[in-house]
Design a protein around this ligand. Structure first.
Ligand code: PHE
Ligand code: NA
Length: 459
């Protein structure tokens, strides 16, 4: 009989693709990708990012899914089983622990930013009933950031929404949430790109995004691009491993891996093509937009276009849902672990993790107001001048995820037996399998290592 997970199983191949895409597509694509590109000078960053997705992201994505499917338990336990069967060092189990800690750190700030999108959904919703329009988007955004109470309240609302789904479990909660969202989000972004064409600035936006200015390359470009590649594909923290544990045997891992990576990259590029024409046409500097980029630029467009209020509401509501399907996947590894390890009820485990994330998230909330003057001093290379939130993001996205990914690649490439890989990746021809294994053993680890040390060499 086929081994299944105690947490339930995806009902089909499509269900897994939807859930994994739901995890991948989120704030990382629509909020973070555009502002990372903006802060790193555009095209050069985007090209390095795309290379990271293809050479590092996709192979590691496949590794995570296959390890998860083989283990059928939460990452720490799946790795424990695997290490025992292989007679390998127990040190590899640390991959699961790095993942759970990174997940809590990421969810802590992710939920705060998702709170911003909830707030903006609310702002547009109330405009439908006559509330004042956003005439000065910059002021509206800094007003929100200056208000710790409001920020932590929306952060709490988002955490409650996340717990609600995680508590329901795999089939009932996770699958349902993503079925309609992805196509809707895609269509919405497409119409925004069309609006961008009407502004007459699509060409400039495309040039900014895709024409590399190599003088902009520094250690920071590489470390930001690699961090973004891991973050956007939900890699390096065992999310995809956890989702892989619920994947039925017989589904082609390379095929679903490519589908998820393409969908995620497509949404990020569409978001860039939607946002930068608006940024340019309203006279905003496309460079150095920072985390406020979409919140200070898009409202200009919603003010100017027909049905802009309804459109703004739809945009921020869908973005909130996209963030929601990602936050669920951020919480799943630690929740599944508590259920397996201490036999906690799923609902209780989810609440406990959410409580911890909410409290840690207050550091992000305060970094815009009461702690806004707390900064890393100048002269500290890539981390110079970062605030508290930037530092949490840096440690989780740029250090922990690549480190986790590096270990996953080394483990799948060097420790796991070839026969197991062959069995899990049985749709690959022998030649492609050998190529994949070589990338996972050598290419991906070397690239991640090079990027991790690039700030010390290039700056
Ligand atoms: N991939 C998600 C996004 O782009 C964020 C995420 C990271 C989700 C890590 C799960 C794990 O928004
Ligand atoms: Na993403």
């Amino acid at each position: 009989m086929e081994k299944t997970s105690i947490h339930g199983m995806w009902s089909s191949r499509m269900a897994f693709i939807l859930a994994a895409t739901g995890s991948a597509v989120g704030l990382g694509n629509i909020w973070r990708f555009p502002y990372m590109a903006s802060d790193n000078g555009g095209g050069a960053f985007v090209l390095v990012y795309l290379a990271c997705i293809a050479l590092v992201g996709l192979p590691i994505l496949m590794s995570e899914v296959l390890l998860g499917r083989h283990g059928r338990r939460s990452p720490v336990n799946a790795l424990t089983d695997l290490v025992r069967d292989l007679g390998a060092s127990k040190g590899w189990i640390s991959i699961g622990w790095i993942g759970m800690v990174a997940g809590v750190l990421i969810l802590s700030f992710y939920s705060v930013v998702a709170g911003w999108t909830l707030h903006y959904s609310w702002l547009y919703f109330s405009q439908l009933f006559g509330a004042a329009p956003i005439t000065d988007p910059g002021a509206t955004f800094s007003g929100l950031l200056g208000n710790p109470l409001e920020l932590s309240a929306w952060h709490a609302v988002f955490m409650v929404l996340t717990v609600a789904v995680v508590a329901l479990g795999v089939e009932k909660g996770l699958e349902r949430a993503v079925r309609f969202l992805m196509p809707a989000l895609f269509i919405l972004l497409l119409t925004l790109v069309i609006y961008g064409i009407t502004t007459g600035h699509l060409g400039e936006a495309a040039a900014f995004l895709f024409k590399p200015d190599w003088s902009q390359i520094s250690g920071r470009t590489f470390i930001d691009a690699m961090g973004q590649a891991f973050f956007t594909l939900s890699l390096g923290m065992c999310t995809m491993m956890t989702y892989g544990a619920y994947l039925p045997k017989g589904v082609s891992i390379p095929q679903v891996g490519v589908t998820v990576a393409l969908a995620d990259t497509g949404v990020a590029l569409l978001a860039g093509l939607a946002i930068f024409p608006i940024v340019i046409s309203f006279g905003i500097d496309p460079q150095g937009g920072g985390p406020g980029l979409i919140f200070t630029s898009l409202p200009h467009a919603f003010n100017a276009m027909p049905f802009g209020i309804a459109y703004g509401l739809l945009f921020f509501a869908l973005l909130s849902v996209a963030a929601w399907t990602s936050s669920i996947s951020l919480m799943e590894p630690a929740t599944a672990y508590l259920v397996e390890r201490v036999g906690m009820a799923r609902r209780k485990a989810a609440l406990l993790i959410a409580g911890i994330c909410w409290i840690v998230g207050l550091a992000t909330v305060f970094s815009f107001n009461i702690w806004s003057s707390v900064r890393v001093p100048e002269g500290m290379g890539v981390i110079s001048n970062k605030n508290v939130m930037d530092m949490i993001e840096f440690v989780s996205n740029n250090l922990m995820l690549p480190l986790g990914g590096l270990l996953i690649a080394l483990f799948a490439g060097w420790v796991v037996k070839k026969s197991l890989l062959k069995d899990e990746l049985d749709t690959l021809s022998p030649g492609v399998l050998a190529l994949w294994r070589w990338v996972v053993r050598v290419v991906a680890p070397l690239l991640v290592l090079a990027v991790l040390i690039s700030p010390f060499i290039l700056d």
